[in-house]
Design a protein around this ligand. Structure first.
Ligand code: ZN
Length: 209
């Protein structure tokens, strides 16, 4: 079976998927959840607890929200995807809250708007700390330069806009290293303020470390 790219990367790093004990999901969009299963539907990390933000879980598993979304093609697909992806594995799913250490060294940060329960993470080890922004912005060249633009994927565009400013004001003030799921290579950098806008300064890639 051809392994999905993240599993190929894990294999290259010498990590057996069976040894993964926690999978921490930031929100329940398909591109952030579907990797918990292999192409044949089996679990990609068979021994892992799947952790989901409780607010997103409540939103995407609500029958009322699902029926309201039937007239919106994109949202309809997203609700159906949650149902399919998590079918039969509810016992492996645990829900987490914001502002908590959800796994050793990893703290959940409330960044709603992109989805109602959208979450970012601060990951700390010793003195080092990074922010995993998840989808606070997807394409920094567009949405850090124009933080008040709204992406069609955001469930609540106004709230996503407020969150973007709050999160990036903090990241810039604290000179934090930020990791972005959709950022172009190397997907990690620092953010500077530029008036009311922001810019990403990508980290230099050093192939020797
Ligand atoms: Zn998303």
């Amino acid at each position: 079976m051809q392994l999905a790219a993240p599993l190929q990367n894990l294999a290259a790093a010498g990590v057996d998927p069976k040894n993964i004990d926690v999978v921490l999901l930031s929100h329940l969009h398909p591109d952030h959840t579907n990797g918990i299963r292999n192409a044949d539907g089996s679990m990609a990390f068979p021994n892992a607890e799947i952790m989901v933000p409780s607010v997103d879980w409540a939103f995407w598993t609500s029958e009322e929200n699902t029926s309201k979304a039937q007239s919106n093609g994109m949202m309809k697909t997203y609700f159906a995807n949650v149902k399919k992806t998590f079918a039969g594995i509810e016992s492996k799913v645990t829900k987490y809250e914001w502002g908590k250490e959800v796994a050793p060294g990893i703290t959940s940060i409330s960044t709603p708007g992109h989805t109602p329960g959208h979450t970012s993470f601060a990951v700390a080890s010793g003195n080092a700390k990074i922010l995993i922004q998840s989808d606070v912005t997807n394409i920094p060249e567009l949405f850090l330069r124009n933080p008040d633009w709204h992406a069609a994927f955001d469930v609540d565009g106004d709230l996503a806009q407020q969150t973007r400013h709050k999160f990036y004001d903090m990241a810039a003030a604290e000179k934090m290293t930020v990791v972005g799921f959709h950022f172009t290579f190397p997907s990690i950098g620092h953010v500077e303020k530029d008036g009311t806008k922001y810019r990403l300064i990508p980290s230099a890639w050093n192939p020797t470390i």
